[in-house]
Design a protein around this ligand. Structure first.
Ligand SMILES: Cc1ncc(COP(=O)(O)O)c(C=O)c1O
Length: 460
């Protein structure tokens, strides 16, 4: 896997990653000639695979027509059409759209928009955000402050903003419930914790509560218990604060509904929402901030503008690609497909990892997900773990490496289940929405084989 060639890129990986040279559907061909099947869509991004003809056509046409305009001077057709589509497909949840070039830019836009809303509607004393531990909202300094992912924030902790960004516990029942605590009791405990945080900060100083509808890149595809989002929104409503969702990873169809809150968030629409990955499907670097009528009206009655911008906001090529991606998702009925194939994936994962003769069953803590977003969480707390020695290496990373070496791209994450980042190994799967039944079977077989091969290689 690790190429020996030199590189002038400061890579994010301790090894020099191999070079991809072509892609068709969910298959990627490397310089070496090796073919990989991408079962995680890069990072839950390529929701249509990588060679959809309708998207490629839209890209080519837009490049020929208008590749770039600057949004302080001109708007463009695909940006306008995409915004209309996003508003019209939201059943009244959203009224206006702001663009960004990815998830982090979108979440930075969310933070600034929320503050702008209160400055312009006569409540400038609101300056505090409350988010959750074991969350991820992007890699800017404000987002590392907002979120709480132990290892990603660690090197920057000394320069993060602790004055305006505050945290409450994660909504991860299976790991963090108390002995004998029911789901309803757990939700009530978290509601009370959020309310106590509001009171501690001064309720009229809170801008909003921010959460990933389904937690992605920190604890790995964790949905909150039923009733949680309703309860958290009730606290925001009580004190006039905003209820804000980050659907950068879980949104735009990933959970089998266009917005994750429709299926995994008690149907509670947010005041502001960020989307990104599934918006452009990897054909374009794009994100968006979706604004409810409350926010839109507040701003329209005040400055009437978004006081936030970047050079590539609403880029015509990015918007044309996204527009085509969204039209394909609708015209090919892909949300239904990913709900069906996702349910099958869940069934096969359960059979493979928790079946009666599965060598990995004692170490499989949880199998969870919906639609096109699934995770298997491993830990080595069971007595059977004595038969293995991982030599201090995170199991999920060993499995990820083995799978990639054998042709399957999956995402391994370590330290997903404790606030110090020392416990929990998760593998995440996020196949394209047009994945087939045969591809689902292939994913589970290759993933299962990798887990068992890594276990076998570390038997003492
Ligand atoms: C929930 C969430 N928010 C924000 C981001 C940041 O997005 P990007 O990597 O596109 O900047 C991510 C990335 O994984 C994410 O999962």
């Amino acid at each position: 896997m690790a190429a020996k060639r030199p590189s002038h890129i400061l890579h994010r990986t301790p090894w020099i990653p191999p070079v991809a040279v072509s892609a068709e559907g969910s298959y990627i061909e490397l310089e070496s000639g090796q073919k990989l099947f991408d079962a995680i869509g890069g990072a839950a991004v390529t929701c249509l695979g990588m060679s959809h003809p309708a998207v490629l056509k839209a890209l080519h046409e837009q490049i020929d027509r208008v590749p770039y305009v600057y949004n302080m001077q001109l708007s463009n057709q695909p940006a306008e059409e995409l915004a209309t589509l996003l508003v019209n497909s939201s059943n009244g949840a959203f009224d206006l759209v702001g663009y960004a070039s990815g998830g982090s830019e979108a979440m930075e836009g969310v933070i600034k928009l929320a503050r702008q809303y209160f400055v312009e509607t006569g409540q400038p004393q609101r300056k505090n955000f409350i988010a959750r531990q074991l969350s991820f909202h992007g890699n800017t300094l404000a987002e590392l402050s907002l979120a709480y992912h132990p290892t990603r924030r660690a090197p920057y902790a000394a320069i993060l903003d602790e004055q305006h960004f505050h945290h409450v516990g994660p909504a991860y029942y299976k790991r963090f419930k108390k002995d004998g605590e029911s789901e309803d009791e757990y939700v009530e405990r978290l509601r009370a914790e959020l309310e106590a945080k509001f009171v501690e900060l001064g309720p009229d100083t809170v801008i909003g509560f921010v959460a990933e509808t389904v937690v992605g890149a920190s604890s790995g595809v964790v949905s909150a218990p039923k009733g949680y989002f309703k309860a958290m929104k009730s606290v925001c409503d009580k004190y006039g604060a905003l209820f804000i969702l980050d659907e950068v990873m879980s949104g735009m169809g990933r959970m089998g509904t266009l917005h994750a809150w429709e299926s995994c968030g008690d149907g509670v629409a947010p005041d502001i929402q960020a989307v990104a990955k599934g918006l452009g499907g990897g054909y374009a670097t794009i994100g968006a901030v979706l604004m409810s009528k409350r926010i839109a009206d507040g701003l329209r009655d005040a400055s009437g503008i978004w006081k936030h911008g970047h050079t590539y906001q609403g880029n015509p090529i990015a918007c044309a690609a996204s527009l085509a991606v969204q039209k394909v998702i609708a015209s090919e009925n892909l949300l239904e497909n990913i709900r069906t194939q996702g349910a099958y994936l869940g069934k096969l994962l359960n059979e493979r990892f928790l079946g009666p003769n599965s060598p990995s069953a004692p170490f499989t803590f949880d199998i969870r997900g919906a639609g096109g977003f699934w995770a298997v969480e491993f830990d080595f707390d069971a007595p059977e773990a004595k038969a293995y020695d991982l030599k201090g290496q995170p199991f999920a990373i060993l499995v990820q490496q083995h799978a990639i070496d054998n042709g399957l791209v999956i995402m391994g994450m370590a330290g997903t289940a404790s606030l110090d980042g020392k416990k929990g190994d998760v593998i995440i799967l996020a196949p394209a929405y047009n994945v087939t039944r045969e591809e689902i079977e292939k994913i589970v077989k290759m993933f299962g084989d990798s887990v068992e091969a890594v276990l076998e290689a570390h038997r003492v």
